[in-house]
Design a protein around this ligand. Structure first.
Ligand code: NDP
Length: 245
């Protein structure tokens, strides 16, 4: 089909594990040129090596999405290498859940820095290129937390409500040649819950995370959105484990 013949240049943030890694692997296997961004470059190198071994094309970029200049520099480097950037998958995120009264205020800051400001930095870095190219696609990995709040998720859900709103605002304001997709996962196998420091939240998560689906389930949803013809914009896809309530 036309969609598989078209090789896009795709930057995936947080490609060193979980959903980002699975997305990079899948998109590369479909013929797209993927730029892998994250802080752990050793992990990115390993992902890139798998892609290249399978005949795909990948580049590795040390990236901290909380640093605006860093994000812009990586996007500009991708454009220098490939002459363009077609898609950014804003996937980098953290989820150190806790109740507000645990007062883990540094962790609140971290979630806002990575999940909200990191996303905005990605949008700011690609938009000038998308406008110049007259085309582009912003994919935001939000969460079902963008639609629901549970005890311990107040700040995390707030960041994902924000991610949803930013992506929807971008859709409404953008030139029609620019597509926006919010991907809204339920519980997915990844390293996300490993950084929860609050014992209560960790305990609750153990039960909640009993039914997980593989990260590739989310990669397939991203691939579906990318694969649509230019006049079709998949605005949101919610993917939960069948057993998730
Ligand atoms: P992982 O912890 O496995 O992956 C998170 C990724 O984000 C890593 O690659 C990490 O890379 C990257 N990252 C974190 N901080 C930064 C930073 N400052 N700069 C650049 N990269 C950063 O978790 P997931 O794969 O699950 O998470 C991916 C996204 O999916 C997140 O936005 C998360 O909120 C969302 N999500 C996940 C769900 C799940 O159940 N797993 C459910 C709903 C949404 P590194 O540490 O190398 O920088």
């Amino acid at each position: 089909t036309a969609q598989t013949r078209t090789s896009r240049v795709v930057l995936v943030t947080g490609a060193s594990s979980g959903i980002g890694e699975a997305t990079a692997l899948r998109l590369a296997s479909e013929g797209h040129r993927v730029a892998l961004g994250a802080r752990r470059t050793d992990r990115l190198e390993a992902v890139a090596a798998r892609i290249v071994a399978d005949g795909g094309r990948a580049s590795v970029h040390r990236l901290d999405v909380t640093d605006r200049d860093d994000v812009r520099a990586v996007v500009d480097r991708v454009v220098d290498e490939h002459g363009r950037i077609d898609v950014i998958v804003n996937n980098a995120g953290v989820m150190p859940l806790s109740r507000l009264d645990a007062l883990l205020v540094d962790e609140w800051d971290r979630m806002i820095e990575v999940n909200v400001k990191g996303l905005l930095h990605g949008v700011a870095a690609v938009l000038p290129h998308f406008q110049r190219q007259g085309a582009g696609h912003v994919v935001t990995v939000a969460s079902v937390g963008a639609h629901e709040v549970v005890p311990t998720s107040a700040v995390y859900s707030a960041t994902k409500f924000a991610a949803w709103a930013i992506t929807e605002g971008l859709r409404l304001e953008s030139d029609p040649s620019i597509r926006t997709t919010t991907i809204t996962p339920g519980v997915v196998e990844s390293e996300l819950a490993q950084h929860i420091s609050d014992p209560l939240a960790l305990d609750a998560m153990e039960t909640y995370r009993r039914n997980v689906i593989p990260a590739d389930a989310i990669a397939r949803a991203i691939s579906f959105a990318l694969g649509q013809p230019a006049d079709v914009d998949v605005n949101e896809i919610i993917v939960r484990p069948t057993a998730q309530r």
